[in-house]
Structure formats: C-alpha cells, structure tokens
Design a protein around this ligand. Structure first.
Ligand SMILES: Cc1ncc(COP(=O)(O)O)c(C=O)c1O
Length: 326
C-alpha cells in the first residue's frame, strides 16, 4: 500500500504539547497538535493537503492553481503562497466583496501575487464549478495549464495530507509512550477529518476520531466524508468498507453559521488565550475547541482519558471586525 507522492512544503512533524492548565480545569488530559505551526505563509492544515495536491498538479504539467473559498479563506492564502513558491500562477474565487483596505488572508494573497475574482454568495452557491471551469478554460487558452483545487483542498488527493498526519501522530505516540483515546479535528470541508479517519481505520481503529463541524450539519459532512474516502480509494488501496454511521461528527457548534461568531465563543477564545498562552482562530478552531470543552463538561466524552485536539491554524482570520468584539 503506497501513498501518493508529495512535495515537502510544511514544517513537519509539528509538536504535540499538553495543555496543562486546561487539563486541570477539566479533570482530563487535553493535548494539542500544533498544525498551526506548519509554516507561516503556508501555515495550518491546508499545507499538508497542498503537499499532495500541488504534486499532482505538477505531475500533470500544470502551472496555474485555481481555487476558491470564503473572503478570508485560509486555504486560498496557503494556495497563493504555494503557487508563488513553485513559480506557478494563482487565481482565487472568493465569496464576498472586495474591500479598499484588504486585510488578513486577502491582503496576503494580494501581496503574493494571486489574482482574486470576487463572486456573490448566490454565484458561489449555485455556479462555483462553472466559474472555476470558465477561468481554467481562459487560462488554458492563454497558453498556461490550470489545475482546479476544490474548496479547502478537500478532495481525494488533498485528504492524504491528514493520512500522513495520522502516521505522524502514531510515530509521536511511540515516543510519548501512550496512545490518545480520541483525536479531535475541526470540520470545515471534511478533508482533514477524512484523512485522520482513514489513518485510524488502517491502523486497526485504535481510537476514536471525532470531528466538530463549524458550518452546515454533521449529517452533510458524514456523507461528504464517505465521498472523500471513496475518492482516496482511487489513489491507494484502502482496505476497509466505509459506513456513514461509523463517522463520528459532533453537531451543535456552528453557532450563527460560517465565519459568524457568538460572544460566548469569542469570550471562550479569550479565556483560553489567557489560561494557556494559546491563540485559536474565530472561524474554525475556536468554535471547535469551544464545542469540545462543552462536550467534556456535559460528560459526553467521559470514556476518553487522553484527548488530542488538532490546532489547524487560521490566525489570519482575526479580522478588524472580530478583533473589535474581543
Ligand atoms: C484553520 C482551519 N481549521 C480547520 C479547517 C477545516 O478543515 P477541513 O476543511 O479539512 O475540514 C479549515 C478549513 O476549512 C481551516 O482553515
């Protein structure tokens, strides 16, 4: 069983550390894997996926990456950085309106030379594939060769980034001398969860992989993860049957919806920042960690002694607007 090849872009392995003070508060061992430190421009979970997706693009002779996301998409910024690093062009389709004073991820994408196309939420919802295909057709006509990455680089090839991360965790557990009972990840487009889930199953299902969705519903993501796992099977023999019912995604924490923060989430992030010197992001990891702590407090995760939370990054998502509410 051989994984597809990757190019090396991320600072790996990322460290695993115990959140001592949070563990004391909760009476349970909480550990964190610092995937927010995979890099700076290419930080967070996206770069792990891009290591595989960009390799596929290069192998296919492509020299221009096209992808999409929300106006402050971490994935779009990481793709812009990878494209620049590899000498490729980059076009980003973003949901929302341009701002005179671009900030956060949008600023960085501009700085790194990506071309940004703004679309309305309706266009993004209803005709994203056509828009990206249209841009690719134009790019190809211009004599370049485009490669389309889906939202969050969550497709079969991208998900291998987190199968790889699972193997990294398993190696780190050997050094630590114990196994985590549960690995918890934020679910935004599903690829991170799919890769971790595949890794765990191929390792004999040693523990539970739990996802916490920060948008949409757990039911939607259970189906999405099954699709992603099937796509992964197209690249590598993955010797297990996939049942939607085995996919453990905890619903209840999208709050007001994608990229919209409730005061209690922001206050939680501030509390944790002061408790642990650890900064989560408001869109993804802040909501998911908030959910994890609520679940622990409610006694729903009593069977797990050691829980590993993946910090998937997102620091540039602290836009002026959210900062102003803290
Ligand atoms: C910082 C951060 N964490 C978590 C996620 C969710 O990961 P995935 O899209 O693989 O579900 C994303 C992107 O969606 C992200 O940018």
């Amino acid at each position: 069983m051989k994984m597809p090849e990757r190019i090396r872009l991320a600072n790996l392995p990322t460290k695993i550390e115990k959140l001592e003070r949070l563990s004391q508060e909760l009476g349970k061992n909480i550990w964190i894997k610092r995937d927010d430190q995979t890099g700076m421009e290419v930080s967070g979970n996206k770069v792990r996926k891009l290591e595989f997706a960009a390799k596929e693009a290069l192998d296919r002779g492509c020299n221009h990456l096209i992808t999409c996301g929300g106006i402050q998409s971490n994935h779009a910024r990481a793709t812009a950085a990878v494209a620049a690093k590899l000498g490729m062009g980059c076009t980003l389709v973003l949901r929302g309106e341009d701002k005179e004073d671009r900030e956060g991820n949008l600023f960085l994408e501009t700085l790194m030379g990506a071309q940004v196309v703004f679309v309305t939420p309706e266009e993004f919802e209803n005709s994203l594939d056509e828009i990206m295909e249209g841009l690719k057709a134009q790019i190809d006509l211009d004599g370049k060769k485009g490669y389309i990455l889906p939202i969050g680089a969550s497709n079969g090839i991208g998900s291998f980034g987190y199968l790889n991360a699972y193997n990294e965790i398993a190696a780190q557990e050997k050094e630590l001398g114990f196994k985590f009972d549960a690995i918890v990840a934020t679910v935004g487009s599903g690829g991170t969860f799919a890769g971790l889930y595949a890794g765990n199953r191929m390792d004999g299902g040693m523990r539970d992989v739990l996802g916490i969705n920060i948008s949409s519903t757990a039911e939607y993501f259970r189906e999405r993860v099954v699709e992603l796992l099937k796509e992964m099977k197209g690249y590598m023999e993955i010797p297990f049957e996939i049942e939607k019912e085995d996919i453990n995604i905890i619903d209840g924490y999208p709050g007001l919806g994608y990229a919209l923060s409730r005061d209690e989430e922001l206050q939680f992030i501030k509390w944790l920042a002061r408790l642990e010197g650890l900064v989560l992001d408001p869109v993804y990891t802040g909501k998911a960690m908030y959910g994890l702590v609520q679940e622990i407090k409610a006694g729903n995760l009593d069977k797990y002694g050691n829980i590993l939370f993946i910090h998937t990054g997102g620091i540039f998502g602290w836009t002026r607007e959210v900062r102003g509410r803290i």
